[in-house]
Design a protein around this ligand. Sequence first.
Ligand SMILES: Nc1ncnc2c1ncn2[C@@H]1O[C@H](COP(=O)(O)OP(=O)(O)O)[C@@H](O)[C@H]1O
Ligand SMILES: [Mg+2]
Length: 350
Amino acid sequence: MSTTSETPVLSVRGLKTHFHLREGLIKAVDGVDLDVRRGKTLCVVGESGSGKSMMARSVLQIVTPPGRVVDGSMMFSRDGGGSVDIAALDPTGKEIRAIRGRDIAMIFQEPMNSLSPVHTVGDQLVEKILLHHKIGTKAAIERTVEALDRVGIPDPRRRLAAYPFELSGGMRQRVMIAMALACRPAMLIADEPTTALDVTTQANILELMRTLQDETGMAVMFITHDLGVVAEIADEVAVMYLGQVVERGSVEDIFYEPQHPYTLALLASIPKLGARHSTGKRLTAIEGMVPHPLNRPTGCPFNTRCPEAVAGLCDRADPALKELRPNHFGACHLRDPQHIKSRNPVEAGV
Ligand SMILES: Nc1ncnc2c1ncn2[C@@H]1O[C@H](COP(=O)(O)OP(=O)(O)O)[C@@H](O)[C@H]1O
Ligand SMILES: [Mg+2]
C-alpha cells in the first residue's frame, strides 16, 4: 500500500523564503521539508501566518519581492522525464515559466484573482491551452468545452462567452479548476480553494478534484486550515508553524498518533459535534497568539505557547525535524528519542 519508495513528484528540503524589510527580516518560510507523491494528496495545515501560502508560491517561484527563496532545494520529477531543482531556477526564466501552468498548476482561494475580469472564460482557457500546446485554435476551443464540461459546468459551449463576474462563486472556482487542469499537470497546488464557498459547493469541488486526481494520477498539495477537509482528502499531512514543518506523516499518524504539541493543540481545537449546544461555550482556540514574524521566539518556535515547554531546553535550541516513528516526522525536543532516553534511562531500556 505504501508508495514511499517511489520518487516523489516534488521533494522540498530546507526551503527558506525570506523578506528583507526595513523593519527587519521576515522568515516567512524557514526550513521546510516535505514530499508530494504521484496520485496522492498532501494536506498542509497550520494557523494563518504559518507560511503555507509563501511555501506554495515558492514552489512556483512566484513570491512577491522583496520576498525571495534564499535556501533549500525543490526537486521536481516529471513522469518519465528528468528532474529539476526549482529552487535553482531564475524566477523570470524560461524554464520555470514552462513548468508553471503546464507541469504544476495552482488554484487560489479567490478565483477572481487568477481570472481576468475583462476576458471571457472561453478566451482565457483557449489562450492557456494554446500557450502550452501545439494545436490549432479550433482544437483548443474543443478542448476548452471538454474541460468545462468535465468540471460540471452546464451548457459549456454557451459559457465560453461568459465573463467571470457573470458566474457564481462555485462556478468561478470550477472554471479555475478547469483552467488549472486543462494542461494535465503532474501536480496541482490548491491554496485554500474552497474556503470562500458554502459547504455543499465545497463538497462538490472536493469530490470533483478527487475524481480528476484518480483519473490522471496527479499529485496534489492542498493547503487548508480546515481539519475536517484534511480528514476527508489527505493521504499525508504536513503541519506548519512559523515557517517550519513541525510534524508530517500519514493522515492516520497525524490524527491518531499526533506527536507534536502544536498538532495536539490543533486537533483539540476541532469543534466536537454538538459540543457548542451542550456547553454553551465557544469553540476551543489554541492558547495565545501566533508570535509576530519579526519577533520569532528563540528555540522551538512553538515554545511560547506550548503547554509542555521545558525552560532551558525548549527556549534554547530549535529542534530538528526527526523521524520519530517510521515515515512519521516531528520537530520537538521532548519527543526526540535521545531526549527520552536521557531522561528515563530505565524505561528506555538503557
Ligand atoms: N509581502 C509580504 N511582505 C512581508 N511579509 C510577508 C508578505 N507576505 C507574507 N508575509 C509574511 O509571511 C508569513 C507567512 O505568510 P503566509 O504564507 O501568507 O501564511 P499562511 O498562508 O500560512 O497564512 C507571515 O508572517 C506574513 O506576515
Ligand atoms: Mg495563506
